[in-house]
Write a protein that binds this ligand. Structure first.
Ligand SMILES: C[S@@+](CC[C@H](N)C(=O)[O-])C[C@H]1O[C@@H](n2cnc3c(N)ncnc32)[C@H](O)[C@@H]1O
Length: 234
């Protein structure tokens, strides 16, 4: 907890929160994996977690996995990666045959081999420039298996709250972030769940890739958001 708070204070842009996610939010984000296991489906599962922090969600995620399953965990902050390495080692010592790897890189650069059945993302998109958000979603969707599920979250009402106290440029940026979110929601069968048991309350968002969704289709959808206020950078 202390590690998370001190890194958040130093680097709020990337961390995007002063508090790690609660167990309830973690459960909402990992729900598609828990549901699959609930159906007693023992086929091996391949999972990607992006922006794992100190492991608030990773803990729940790894406890849903068993022998033969694998998890690639991507986190750019090296201090957080030390906690994640400990967590992965501890879980693997209890579950032999579980493959959990930490990638200390930004998701844009991490060497990964999809497709993944599940992607769980904790990135603070409201802090990012819209072109970076689109680039990251393009990457994640290109790694998602057909029929796979991607979950991520945002804090409830955060854009409304920030709009009231921000510059015109920031308001424009937040509107574009919202537009990308809505577009993904429409194209990828989005579902939103309010999680009050988190500080602050959050919305867990679930997207699904059904059938063969050509990468080009998603690219085109994300590109179509390239509206006049885009900088084209980042
Ligand atoms: C809001 S915190 C979430 C941490 C944790 N998943 C949780 O829910 O408590 C976002 C995390 O994403 C990481 N991050 C930010 N940009 C990233 C990127 N491009 N690639 C990988 N991780 C990133 C930050 O270092 C931070 O640990």
């Amino acid at each position: 907890m202390l590690t998370f708070v001190s890194q958040a204070v130093r680097n709020f842009h990337h961390v995007g929160s002063v508090w790690p996610s609660s167990p309830r939010l973690a459960k909402a984000l990992v729900k598609p994996i828990l549901d699959r296991r609930g159906h007693d489906d023992r086929a091996p599962i391949k999972v990607l977690e992006v922006g794992a922090g100190t492991g608030a969600v990773t803990r729940t995620l790894l406890s849903a996995l068993g022998p033969g399953d694998s998890a690639d965990i991507v986190e750019l902050n090296p201090v957080f990666c030390e906690s994640l390495e400990r967590l992965a080692r501890e879980r693997q010592s209890r579950v032999p045959g579980l493959d959990a790897r930490i990638h200390a890189n930004p998701i844009e650069e991490a060497e990964l081999r999809g497709p993944y059945d599940f992607i769980v993302c904790g990135l603070p998109f409201n802090n990012f420039p819209p072109p970076l958000m689109r680039r990251i979603f393009r990457r994640m969707l290109s790694l998602l298996a057909d029929g796979g599920t991607l979950t991520y979250f945002e804090y409830a009402g955060v854009r409304v709250a920030r709009s009231g106290v921000s510059t015109a440029d920031t308001r424009k940026r937040l509107r574009r972030i919202e537009a990308v979110g809505k577009l993904l929601h429409r194209r990828l069968y989005g579902r939103r769940t309010l999680v009050l048991g988190n500080f602050p309350p959050a919305i867990a968002i679930q997207l699904q890739r059904r059938g063969t969704l050509p990468a080009k289709f998603v690219d085109a959808a994300l590109e179509s958001d390239a509206s006049p206020c885009g900088t084209g950078r980042n």
